[in-house]
Design a protein around this ligand. Structure first.
Ligand code: ADP
Ligand code: MG
Length: 413
């Protein structure tokens, strides 16, 4: 019997469109002898749609039309299966569209990649591919991620993290603290966005105010760190789970002179200055923040020494394990080519194109990569199933609630 895989993509995120591309590309490589693939599109309002054209890229040029000809569904747990139920239910029509054995989220960004969708799926007891709730959430918050990695001896840049509230209360104090603790030039970035959105470099006080204003426009939590000089960026993917994690080939995204805007990265429009999500200020950057779009330039393998390659691959595997990742992630590093220092910059728990292009050089075909990801999810599910989630106790026996002064016997105090 084939495994029914529900590939979920889209969602309420700025990387909605990138996810559609990543997912439809991946579905083309899922082995149809093993899997029945059910594409599930998540709209920008987080509604789920299925249908004949949902897995076709051409259909997304007119999403309104696509939705009109497709079927909205909700997920329901019934008889130990996750059913896709037509919504709203029509009188006298068959309510069940189909069911799925496993969900495969190929989503990018906040509200989906950050543990939200994973938590939703977990509530349905449905196995899902990729990182679990905690690793997804920790991986999405650059500050929390750095804190955990640092505690485990992985090199990350020191940073300062501030909330919008703190900034509103005393921006001057924040600026002074940054100046004394870090010094210029600094990079200011929202903790939980991707694709370079809201990120800029500040060389002096007035630029720092501008950078903070920009970052807080996109997020309520922002971090500030030193801007790495003589920057070379290296990315490495890791595949597996807590036992089997292994590193891919390393890539070097080809840098331009500044952080690319969202439009430049994804729409190929270098003139789209005021584009939503655009970054201002001249910052050394590269397409590494991108979701691995095939059109972006990169060197594979990266132009680094064998020793550097070994170090980066070992750090990537260690970070993957420390964060409790599963499936495939891409871990991005920054290097100062003069001092040879290396820092882990960020993790993408669902990288664009699932980083397949970093596995091919090692002889792992895209369809094999997807197979492995699914088998790691099933392994995790079996392991979770063996854990006892119920605890027999007599706590509820003899409980009396009421306004009396006597506390309910056996309740937590
Ligand atoms: N500390 C830094 N020093 C120099 N450049 C940086 C630094 N942090 C980020 N950048 C540049 O900005 C890009 C995007 O930052 P990153 O932290 O990867 O966020 P995103 O999640 O948006 O990709 C990086 O690829 C790099 O080019
Ligand atoms: Mg990045």
């Amino acid at each position: 019997m084939k495994i029914k895989v529900g590939v979920m993509f889209g969602g309420k995120t700025v990387e909605h469109e990138i996810s559609i591309i990543s997912a439809i590309q991946a579905m083309g490589y899922l082995n149809k002898d093993k899997y029945d693939v059910i594409p599930i599109y998540i709209t920008k309002n987080n509604e789920f749609y299925v249908g004949e054209n949902i897995g076709k890229i051409e259909a997304y040029t007119d999403i309104k039309k696509l939705l009109a000809e497709s079927q909205r569904i909700i997920m329901v747990n019934e008889d130990g299966k996750t059913q896709l139920i037509k919504y709203p239910q029509k009188l006298f029509s068959k309510g069940v569209y189909d069911y799925i054995d496993i969900a495969f989220p190929i989503v990018h960004g906040t509200n989906v990649e950050d543990g939200t969708l994973q938590g939703y799926l977990k509530m349905f007891n449905i196995p899902y591919v990729g990182c679990d709730v905690l690793s997804s959430a920790v991986g999405m918050d650059k500050y929390v991620m750095k804190t955990v990695l640092k505690d485990n001896g992985i090199p990350v840049l020191d940073c300062k993290c501030y909330t919008g509230n703190q900034y509103d209360e005393d921006a001057d104090a924040i600026v002074e603290e940054i100046e004394s603790a870090i010094g210029y030039p600094v990079i200011v970035k929202p903790v939980n966005l991707g694709s370079s959105i809201g990120i800029s470099k500040a060389e002096n006080r007035s630029e720092l105010y501008d950078s903070l204003d920009t970052a807080f426009h996109y997020a309520t939590k922002v971090l500030v760190e030193t801007a790495v000089q003589n920057l070379k960026e290296i990315n490495c993917s890791v595949l597996g789970d807590y036992e089997t994690a292994e590193a891919s080939e390393c890539e070097e995204p080809v840098s331009s002179d500044k952080i690319l805007t969202f439009a430049e990265k994804y729409i190929g429009d270098g003139s789209a200055k005021g584009a939503k999500g655009g970054v201002k200020g001249g910052v050394k950057s590269s397409p590494s923040g991108s979701k691995g779009m095939a059109t972006l330039k990169r060197k594979i393998p990266a132009d680094i020494t064998d020793a550097q390659r070994d170090e980066i691959r070992a750090l990537a595997v260690k970070a993957f394990k420390v964060l409790g990742c599963n499936g495939v992630s891409r871990i991005d590093f920054m290097m100062n080519t003069e001092t040879q220092q290396i820092w882990l910059n960020e993790i993408n728990t669902i990288p664009g194109s699932l980083s397949f292009y970093l596995w091919e050089p090692l002889g792992v075909k895209y369809s094999e990569l997807l197979d492995k990801m699914i088998s790691y999810a099933r392994k995790r599910e079996r392991e979770n199933d063996s854990i006892t989630y119920t605890f027999d106790s007599n706590v509820l026996q003899g409980v009396r609630l009421g306004g009396g002064t006597k506390g309910a016997k056996g309740t937590k105090n």
